[in-house]
Design a protein around this ligand. Structure first.
Ligand code: SDX
Length: 431
């Protein structure tokens, strides 16, 4: 990784410092500044980490200019078309596509861990019925560390593996329970005869009063949405999981931290905010008004589902999601869905607008996902919990990768201090 022949020279106040340059298998080279402070007595400054690599990884690679997303080298559009979510989970966790035997064993393992401890049902009852399901998920996932004591020791490889499978397997159950609780319906237990996506739909939409048959169209669309959200390099919530894990926190606490970070509207909360924005726009003739607001520096309004820290071209997931939206809505006979029409026209106008062109703002993964989730029957409040459910495998894979790094240190950024220098205390009578 360290390219022996390459280094960068930093010159500061007449002194020069040689910094190693590390070579990637893809993407930009990195300047290794680990020894910079010891050698030169200075920090680097990069508040949004726009130019900073926080780790090395072999899991996911994004080329923002080419609009490329690879999971262990496989392009996301191929995985979305040819694979399915649990196979992608295996790929992210173990680094290779499974054999038929490996896949069958993995699917059985996940399926047999989908139930949660019965006593955890009482956690849900402590929440108000109108709690946002993300609030419930943060609480219940964190509380898993109060139940699964045999998978808390991060130094035990077997316990790390058990915790990984439990999280991937139980997240749909917890998300579905959060939904059922919010609508006052009874919890529905998982079924081992259903695949991952179908099981989630079953737990969300079946009721004791009648038979519920999972629509294969919806199940396939659900599975594809899970795949498109599985992992995405060192995004804000994944970086949160890594930072929490660097202190030695247990896996359930780390994933709960990731869920909390994902909730923000600039990140995973954008899918809910985007559909609510599209509904607020309501009709194509109101698009110019909202585009003007998005371009107005004095207006905090942003076009939700647009823009990305890394993608300065089309988000490849948005492309697949848009095709899936067309397909699902047509199959459901709602292709003239007004929200989809507004989304398509908004995308078209925005991509021709100089502001969006200059700032390289394109639809991201959240722009079309909400339209599909709405068509499947979910309320907007369930959009981010579904994102969290799908991203759990990414968080867990990155968490495992970090714990396997022999150079793992606690994450502890420094700062540019602009506060008061040392001064003496002043008694209150003298202030
Ligand atoms: C996700 O990191 C990941 O990989 C995240 C994610 C994942 O899979 O984990 O891909 C999932 O979070 C997708 C992003 C979802 N968020 C949204 O859709 C919310 C709307 N988007 C923006 O908030 C914004 O684009 C971000 C947060 C996504 C990216 O922010 P950046 O990279 O910090 O960009 P920026 O704020 O520096 O914007 C650059 C310029 C600014 O204008 P100037 O200050 O240069 O004049 O573009 C403007 C911004 O004002 N801009 C937008 C805009 N996004 C950026 N203007 C209007 N509408 C927008 N959506």
């Amino acid at each position: 990784m360290a390219d022996k022949n390459k280094s960068a020279t930093l010159t500061l106040e007449g002194k020069s410092f040689e910094l190693p340059v590390l070579s990637p298998t893809a993407g930009p080279e990195v300047i290794d500044i680990r020894k910079l402070y010891a050698q030169a007595g200075v920090f680097t400054y990069d508040p949004g980490f726009t130019s900073t690599a926080s780790c090395d990884s072999t899991i996911t690679y994004i080329d923002g200019d080419e609009g490329e997303l690879l999971h262990r080298g496989y392009p996301i559009d191929q995985l979305a078309e040819k694979s399915h979510y649990l196979e992608v989970c295996f790929l992210l966790l173990y680094g290779h596509l499974p054999t038929a035997d490996e896949l069958e064993k993995f699917e059985v393992l996940v399926t047999r861990h989908t139930m949660i401890h019965e006593q955890m049902h009482y956690f849900f009852r402590g929440f108000r019925r109108d709690s946002h399901p993300m609030a419930t998920m943060v609480g219940v996932v964190g509380a898993m560390s109060a139940f699964y004591h045999d998978s808390l020791d991060i130094n035990d490889q077997h316990q790390r593996e058990v915790a990984s499978i439990r999280l991937i397997a139980k997240m749909p159950t917890i998300a579905a329970m959060a939904y059922k609780y919010s609508i006052g319906q009874p919890f529905v237990y998982p079924r081992n005869d259903l695949d991952y996506a179908a099981n989630f739909l079953h737990m969300c939409f079946s009721v004791p009063a009648e038979q519920y048959n999972v629509d294969p169209i919806l199940s396939r669309a659900m599975d594809r949405i899970f795949t498109l959200h599985a992992d995405h390099e060192q995004n804000a919530s994944t970086s949160t999981v890594r930072l929490a894990s660097s202190s030695g926190a247990n896996p359930f606490a780390c994933i709960a931290a990731g869920i909390a970070c994902l909730w923000g509207p600039a990140h995973g909360g954008a899918n809910q905010a985007c559909l609510e924005m599209l509904r607020e726009i309501g009709s194509v003739d109101r698009i110019p008004e909202y585009l003007a607001r998005a371009k107005d520096k004095n207006d905090p309004f942003r076009l939700m589902g647009f823009g990305h820290r890394v993608y300065k071209n089309f988000d490849p997931r948005a492309k697949v999601m848009k095709e899936s939206a067309d397909e699902v809505l047509a199959l459901l006979g709602v292709e003239n869905n007004p929200t989809l029409q507004v989304a398509k026209e908004l995308e078209k106008i925005a991509l021709e607008d100089p502001y969006f062109i200059e700032k390289k703002l394109y639809p991201n993964v959240d722009f079309y996902s909400g339209i599909i989730l709405d068509a499947i029957g979910f309320p907007t409040s369930m959009f981010t919990p579904i994102f969290a459910l799908a991203r759990t495998v990414g968080w867990v894979s990155q968490w495992k990768e970090q714990l396997a790094d022999p150079q793992l240190k606690i994450g502890r950024p420094r700062q540019l201090y602009l506060g008061e220098t040392s001064r003496d205390y002043v008694d209150i009578e003298n202030r």
